[in-house]
Write a protein that binds this ligand. Structure first.
Ligand SMILES: [Zn+2]
Length: 64
């Protein structure tokens, strides 16, 4: 899966240079790059959980 695939329907996203938005040709989704990453992150809870665990572990160890 690439950055330029729609997080909703996984079809091709079209980048608009003027607005810096990505639009989905199929479902009409209209997102910034940051929003796409955010949505894809939420669709992979395991990956995000590991990230948070690492951070929590670091935070707790720094408190000791
Ligand atoms: Zn779509």
């Amino acid at each position: 899966m690439t950055t330029n695939s729609c997080p909703e329907c996984e079809s091709e996203l079209q980048y608009e240079q003027n607005t810096k938005y990505f639009t989905c040709k199929k479902c009409g989704l209209y997102l910034t790059r940051e929003q796409i990453y955010d949505i894809k992150d939420k669709l992979r809870p395991e990956k995000k959980k590991n990230k948070q665990d690492d951070y929590l572990e670091w935070w707790l160890s720094s408190k000791k």
